[in-house]
Design a protein around this ligand. Structure first.
Ligand code: OKP
Ligand code: ZN
Length: 329
């Protein structure tokens, strides 16, 4: 399978994230990159297709913030990575203040997603990597893997969070529609609900979003991903902590059936390896040996398929998990 990656994606190197009342070493760190690259072998670098396709999903003022935030942070006399700390929860999002803290809070929903000096570059090239994978699929490859990093599925059209800044799956769905696809299926099998992707496409009939994830009553991102959000083009299948393949498989099959009934002509898989039993921030019990059968079932849909990388933080198992998943195609 053709795999895509750009070395400039390494430029995002967060030191820490804030949760449970303190800073923790960032889970989304460089070790993930080396683990995955070692396991997938040869990668192709993307060409630069510019900003145009990003703007089909993300707003200009949001993209401006991502690009400028760290410079403004330094100009305000701060050190290290830029973090939001106050959010316009009572409304007034239209009160577009120019102070960096207000801009950060207006475009984010957590304190786990810092912006460093290299974040914009890494995110920009990560989207280009995704678009290169899409181009391969539209060009006739049955499947392709875009090693997108940092992840994307928590990012909305104008917000970051959950280690995500630009939503690769969403940009690729819009790009595919622009290139003539009729209906896109997005299957999200990361441990966490893909709230950004859901927000971006809710109410549409040309993009379907099916997600299997940890019950947001107990797990991040809490405020999205509940079963009762399923309607129209959205299907959420939350599962309890401790779920193993036996518990996972029925929901997974239901998601695939639901997508197939709606006759998409292209599939985008948001793949997270954080469903693995060893994942340090997650609580499912999938095994490395579960990923190839999972992927074979997806491949049996017979659709041109782009796989984009989301989470997966058990660095020692990560390479094997990604390789196992890709082997199923
Ligand atoms: C990104 B992706 C950890 C608290 C912060 C943020 C999780 C982001 C996951 N206990 N969690 O979906 O893998
Ligand atoms: Zn995740």
């Amino acid at each position: 399978m053709r795999c895509f990656w750009d070395e400039r994606q390494r430029a995002h190197a967060p030191e820490a994230e804030f949760f449970n009342g303190k800073l923790h070493p960032a889970a989304e760190h460089q070790g993930r990159v080396d683990a995955i690259l070692a396991a997938i072998g040869a990668v192709e670098a993307p060409r630069d297709s510019g900003m145009e396709l990003l703007l089909r999903v993300h707003s200009q003022e949001y993209l401006d913030l991502l690009r400028d935030a760290h410079r403004e942070w330094l100009a305000a006399g701060r050190e290290g990575d830029a973090f939001p700390y106050t959010f316009p929860i009572v409304g007034r999002r239209s009160l577009y203040l120019s102070r960096i803290d207000a801009r950060l809070g207006q475009h984010s929903f957590d304190t786990s997603t810092p912006i460093g000096p290299g974040t914009w570059d890494a995110c920009y090239w990560s989207v280009q990597t995704a678009l290169a994978g899409l181009a391969a699929v539209l060009g006739g490859e049955q499947s392709a893997f875009a090693f997108t990093r940092p992840p994307g599925h928590h990012a909305g059209c104008d917000y970051f969070g959950g280690y995500s800044y630009l939503n690769h799956a969403a940009v690729c769905a819009e790009a595919a529609l622009a290139a003539g696809s009729r209906r896109i299926a997005i299957l999200d099998v990361d441990y966490h609900h893909g709230n950004g992707t859901q927000d971006i496409f809710a109410g549409r009939d040309d993009v379907l979003f099916a997600s299997i994830h940890a019950d947001p009553s107990t797990d991040y991102p809490f405020f999205w991903g509940h079963a009762d959000e399923s309607k129209g083009n959205i299907l959420n299948l939350p599962l309890p902590r401790g779920t193993d393949w036996n518990g996972y498989a029925p929901a997974f099959t239901a998601a695939i059936d639901w997508l197939e009934e709606r006759e998409p002509d292209l599939l985008i898989v948001s793949y997270g390896a954080d469903t693995h039993e060893a994942d340090p921030i997650s609580h499912f019990k999938l095994k490395t040996s579960d990923y190839a059968p999972m992927a074979r079932r997806i491949a049996a849909m017979g659709l041109p398929t782009l796989i984009v990388m989301e989470g997966g933080y058990a660095v020692d198992a990560l390479g094997a998990n990604v390789a196992a998943f890709l082997s199923g195609f």
